[in-house]
Design a protein around this ligand. Structure first.
Ligand code: FES
Ligand code: FE
Length: 391
């Protein structure tokens, strides 16, 4: 019988530093797949808007007069000015470009422009804002820049169903009806893949997460929460809740099944979302890769609306995973400089409890290697796995 090797190789170091490979990832991954852009409740009323970086593009999210969410490329069809540069705001009934005042309604139609009446041949529909595919799930707005988006059900809810081994499990947390208790933005000086890899393994948990392992003692052994289908890490006997000191949390979310109580589940929804499920709240991380060595991460803590309305003190609840985040992102930042070292030219290694990260690496390199579909990409040399080309 052949003994499987203990160590598998990682991606080579340049996959974490190369601007060319990063541009290709932006194109093939973040601009091609479904991307979690905003919490729906952030667009509270018609005309409320948010701008969100998606790959190399800026997406303008808004709500039309009927209250339906809409997403457009944040580019004026006249001469290309950004319609909005603020992260959020209230637009009123139209989106007016600040450059020459072309104005679009909240469904993206061109409705006014200086001297428009004297240019009767302009097709106002053809010169409307470029719409972006949009779906809503877990109370978030997910967008896709691809001309033909991949099946949403497969990429997004399918990832949670596959991880939990039960398509209905995540729905029982009722995330779409939860309120935003806290949001923290982390500016992480590390490549986005280091953050994904870190989230996928727990070999580091005993070393850097003392508070987490005291609530979830099985993590001491380095077994990742995501290592087997349907597995949820069980709370320590002495832990009364998922809090920084193991003290009482809040009431169990009403839809949960008994087997979901006192357990922690972690889900990666590729390419940029991590979801943590615990009995009394849901934590959602969204990554916004900004440069080969820089990633912005927004982390939301979601609670039952009555918990938020009661004015309850969320701090001990939020503090547990905030500390985990700070510890994890410090580890990623400690790792990033090594990616450019000659010592890491051929990469590093994965121990058995990290072997499942290999599937993530294959997924990334597979997407980078796919035959380009756009004319722009068609002219570029093959780079996947070699970093030898330019996108
Ligand atoms: Fe927007 Fe001219 S660029 S109106
Ligand atoms: Fe961690």
């Amino acid at each position: 019988m052949t003994v499987p090797p203990s160590l598998l190789t990682t991606l080579p170091g340049h996959h974490y530093t190369s601007p060319e490979l990063f541009a290709r990832e932006q194109e093939r991954i973040f601009e091609s797949l479904w991307f979690c852009a905003a919490r729906s409740t952030e667009l509270a009323a018609p005309g409320a808007f948010r701008t969100v970086p998606v790959g190399r593009e800026s997406v303008l999210l808004t709500r039309n007069g009927a209250g339906e969410p809409r997403a457009f490329l944040n580019v004026c069809r006249h001469r290309g000015a950004r319609l909005r540069t603020e992260e959020s705001g209230l637009a009123g009934r139209t989106l007016r470009c600040p450059y020459h005042s072309w104005s679009y309604d909240l469904d993206g139609r061109l409705v006014a422009a200086p001297n428009l009446a004297r240019m009767p041949d302009i097709d106002r529909t053809a010169y409307g804002l470029r719409a972006v595919a949009l779906r809503e799930w877990l109370g978030y707005l997910w967008v896709c820049l691809a001309d033909e988006p991949p099946p949403f059900e497969e990429q997004v809810p399918g990832a949670a169903a596959e991880r939990l081994g039960d398509a209905g499990a995540i729905g029982r947390y009722g995330a779409e009806g939860l309120g935003l208790g806290r949001r923290v933005r982390y500016e992480v000086n590390a490549n986005w893949k280091l953050i994904v890899e870190n989230f996928m393994e727990c070999y580091h948990c005993a070393t850097i997460h003392p508070e987490l392992v005291s609530v979830l003692p099985e993590f001491v052994r380095g077994r990742a929460a995501q290592s087997s289908v349907g597995h949820g890490a069980v709370f320590a006997d002495g832990a009364r809740g998922f809090t920084v000191d193991g003290g009482e949390g809040f009431g169990r979310l009403p839809g949960l099944a008994d087997e979901q109580d006192r357990r922690y589940y972690a889900i990666t929804v590729r390419p940029q979302v991590f979801i943590n499920l615990v009995p009394d709240h849901v934590i959602v991380h969204r990554m916004f890769p900004a440069a080969p060595d820089r990633t912005v991460v927004d982390c939301d803590w979601l609670y039952a609306p009555e918990v938020i309305a009661s004015g309850a003190d969320l701090s001990r609840s939020v503090e547990l995973f905030h500390r985990v985040n700070v510890q994890d992102f410090a580890a990623c930042e400690r790792t990033q400089p090594g990616m450019g070292s000659r010592a890491y030219r051929a990469g590093g290694v994965l121990v058995p409890s990290e072997h499942h990260i290999g599937a993530f690496h294959s997924w990334v390199t597979g997407l980078l290697a796919e035959t380009p579909e756009t004319p722009e990409a068609a002219g570029t040399p093959e780079t996947a796995g070699t970093g030898g080309g330019a996108a």
